[in-house]
Design a protein around this ligand. Structure first.
Ligand SMILES: Nc1ncnc2c1ncn2[C@@H]1O[C@H](COP(=O)(O)OP(=O)(O)O)[C@@H](O)[C@H]1O
Ligand SMILES: [Mg+2]
Length: 246
């Protein structure tokens, strides 16, 4: 594996009032690495990945993405140009068509002409296998289709890193696999990915490393095969027993 570090998180701390959401979190990610982050609700998973692209401020520690410190001048803006994010709730613009959702960023932030932005958008809609939905509004699509639009929209910005925060947990069960399939393809193409998910089949298939969080800390990391077979900590074991029952 290429050892170039694209994300360096060091001694990260974050509180909401008196509540410590992140406690001394350290995490380095190499170029092309696929990391799956799991852990109980409230363990700090969203807070951690939101910190990576500056959606959440942190109190102390440091984050460097592709050599850019978030704390540097225009750090957040420069980091966001490298990082795409997909949320549980899709976050598409409801008043815009699918293709307008995809062309907005490239035209505004990357200066593409409408024609070029539309060609790019169609390429990615084909990649996520819904080119025929281009002219519809998000509300006329299924949840699985909307999430694939959200992924395509992120890819149109040519990110170097993709963050996913429980991308399938708002979906009806029959739509989960169509979204995971797109994510697996992305992983196979070499995208660097940080994925918060409890889809352990996906983790087994693509994760280079699993990160288990609990109580704002990274409790354990390891390859899927080692952690699924023999988690070191009782907390991870209890968590896995619970989710693998379902
Ligand atoms: N904006 C906020 N204000 C106050 N507390 C928050 C806020 N965001 C998250 N928290 C708290 O921080 C903890 C970690 O949240 P989060 O990172 O969303 O956990 P997870 O994604 O693992 O479920 C939770 O206890 C949550 O209630
Ligand atoms: Mg969360």
């Amino acid at each position: 594996m290429n050892a170039e570090r694209v994300i360096e998180i060091s001694s990260l701390n974050k509180s909401f009032g008196d509540f410590k959401a992140l406690k001394n979190v350290d995490l380095d990610v190499s170029l092309g690495e696929r990391i799956v982050i799991c852990g109980p609700s409230g363990s700090g998973k969203s807070t951690l990945i939101r910190c990576v692209n500056g959606l959440e401020h942190y109190d102390s520690g440091s984050i460097t993405v592709d050599g850019i410190a978030l704390s540097a001048p225009r750090g957040v803006e420069r980091v966001r140009a490298e990082v795409g994010m997909v949320f549980q709730q899709f976050n598409l613009f409801p008043h815009l068509s699918v293709i307008e959702n995809l062309t907005l960023g490239p035209m505004k932030a990357r200066g593409l002409s409408r024609k070029d932005a539309e060609a790019l958008a169609m390429t990615y809609l084909e990649r996520v296998r819904i080119p025929e939905q281009a002219l519809k509004r998000p509300r006329d699509l299924s949840g699985g289709q909307q999430q694939r639009v959200a992924i395509a929209r992120s890819l149109c910005m040519k990110p170097k890193i993709m963050l996913f925060d429980e991308p399938t947990s708002a979906l009806d069960p029959e739509m989960i696999s169509e979204v995971l399939d797109v994510m697996v393809e992305l992983a196979q193409e070499g995208m660097t990915m940080l994925v918060v998910t409890h889809e352990m089949g996906f983790a087994r298939k693509v994760a280079d490393r699993m990160v288990f969080m609990d109580g704002g800390e990274i409790v354990e990391t390891g390859t899927p095969s080692t952690v699924f077979e023999a988690p070191k900590s009782q907390r991870f074991k209890t968590f896995l027993d619970k989710i693998l029952q379902h």
